[in-house]
Every structure is written in C-alpha cells, then in structure tokens.
Design a binder for this molecule. Structure first.
Ligand code: FE2
Length: 233
C-alpha cells in the first residue's frame, strides 16, 4: 500500500494520499488548494491515477483543494450528505463504503466539530478529521458545532474501535503524526471527562480565538474554488 501523510505548514493540516500500489488508483483526503501541484507531482511520480478526493468536513482554516483537483484530474469529490459544499459529486451517509480498487474506506458520521464532520475507517487506521485530534478534540464553537454531538461521536463511535487502531487526524499543531485509539483513551486530556455535561462545560470554556481565515475559507469551501478563481479574487 502507498500511504503518504503530507503537512501544510500554514494551517497545520494533514493531507493523506492512499493507493494500493504504483500504477494504481489513488485517493486524497483533506487536500489544501495551495499544495495541489505537490499532490499532482507525487501522483505522477508514482504513476497514480487520482479517482476520489474526500474532505472530512467544511474547513475553516484553509481552502480545500477539492475543486482544483477535480478540474485537473476529473476525480470524484466526496463529503458527507449534509455538507453545504456545492462541488460534491458523491455524498455519503453513515456506514457507506468508498472503494478504490481493493481499498475500502467506511464512512462514519461523527458530528460535533461541525454538523457535517465525517471520519473514515480504513482497515487498521481511521482518518478522524477534526473530531479526534492527538491529545485534543476539534473545537465545537462554530459551523453548527456541538459539544454534545461530539461527545457521542467520540465515546459511542470512534473510541469503540479496537485500541490498536491508528488515528490520523486532519491537524496537529505540535508535530505529532499518528496515535492510536488506546493512546488517546489513556492520554488525551479531553477524554478524561466523566459525563457529557463535563465535556460540554469544558468545550464551552476553551475561549479560543477564531481561525484567521474563517471568513474567507468557509464561504470558499461551500462554493468551491479553483486556483484561477483564488488568484483572481
Ligand atoms: Fe476543522
């Protein structure tokens, strides 16, 4: 299997390229528009054909590469069914299969960070978007976020996976690249709560500044932007 974890320094976003091997079909998760050429050159160097691209949710801190990748490769664009993005060709529900050749991802509806947040389980690993981060969880104070929903997504869904399941988040701000469900259960301070009320209380008192790009990124990611459109803005 080809598995590449790429990092966008400006937004601390992790983007993932997945394929079963050289010359095969590929899938990208959470691409950042400014890195499109890097993704395409990696695909070219491995003789990969991009067939599907997924955003785990509407991002507030960077502009998604979905529309540009669709324009350049004609790949399918995938998000959850309640995404407000206008550039999605396949909308998935909870527990649907997304296939590229012999690789299968299972969609898991995990709202809380936003109401359109999905995670994607692939064999021994899960792409958790901003629902479960390494030693953290995604904020719940905008884009119809809900700490109650996130508590249920975490404790009744993601954390029920086997402890050795690898956790690949959409962001990390401290250089962590991968964790496991077991490590997060043991170490993640946000998961130390004893009740949903305690989780809500904690999440409602984070007092975080809004992301710098939220006023640009959210509308752009709903509409979908190509590089040309971005550069002519
Ligand atoms: Fe996010």
């Amino acid at each position: 299997m080809i598995f590449k974890q790429l990092f966008d320094k400006d937004s601390s976003t992790y983007t993932y390229i997945v394929s079963s091997g050289h010359g095969r079909e590929a899938l990208i998760i959470d691409p950042v528009i400014g890195n499109t050429n890097e993704y395409l050159s990696i695909l070219e160097s491995l003789n990969l054909k991009l067939v599907k691209v997924i955003d785990t949710h509407i991002h507030a801190d960077h502009i998604s590469g979905l529309k540009e990748l669709n324009k350049r490769t004609n790949c399918a664009t995938i998000m959850g069914e309640n995404s407000l993005s206008e550039v999605i060709s396949i909308k998935v529900k909870d527990n649907e299969k997304i296939k590229i050749e012999n690789i299968v991802l299972t969609s898991m509806y995990t709202p809380g960070h936003t109401d359109c947040s999905y995670s994607f389980l692939m064999n021994d690993r899960i792409f958790t978007g901003d629902t479960l981060l390494i030693n953290g969880t995604g904020r719940t104070d905008f884009q119809n976020g809900s700490p109650v929903d996130q508590y249920h997504s975490l404790f009744e869904c993601i954390l029920k996976l086997p402890e050795k399941t690898l956790v690949y988040p959409a962001h990390d701000y401290k250089g962590n690249k991968v964790s496991t469900i077991g490590q997060e259960k043991n170490n993640n301070p946000r998961l130390k709560v004893k009740s949903v009320d305690q989780y809500v209380e904690m999440m409602n008192n984070l007092n975080l500044p809004f992301p710098k790009m939220i006023d640009v990124a959210v509308p752009a990611n709903k509409k979908g932007l190509t590089l040309d459109q971005l550069n002519n803005k």
